[in-house]
Design a protein around this ligand. Structure first.
Ligand SMILES: [Zn+2]
Length: 89
């Protein structure tokens, strides 16, 4: 007499036992790969850390400069902050 009654085998397949709903699937904004929208997916709505970084931070590390924007170094920034703090326009 063999019964297959192991709840751990069913959990988290393609339905959520708690709600009975299927998880939402959305395309990754970067590469369009479908991803499952779950709390376990740390990088949602992206498929991976890589896609998230590409979208959120790649420009900040200098790999994606905005064309026509002059580089602003820290000296310029200090000067700008200084001017703002003194209330000059
Ligand atoms: Zn992706």
């Amino acid at each position: 007499m063999t019964r297959r009654n192991d709840p751990s085998k069913d959990a988290g397949q393609d339905s959520n036992p708690a709600t009975g709903k299927k998880p939402l699937t959305v395309p990754c904004p970067q590469c369009q790969k479908p991803i499952t929208w779950t709390t376990e997916n740390l990088y949602r709505p992206f498929c991976s850390k890589r896609c998230k970084l590409i979208d959120l931070g790649a420009w900040a590390d200098g790999s994606h400069r905005i064309a026509g924007e002059p580089d602003m170094d820290e000296t310029d920034l200090d000067e700008l902050i200084d001017r703002l703090e003194r209330g000059q326009d």
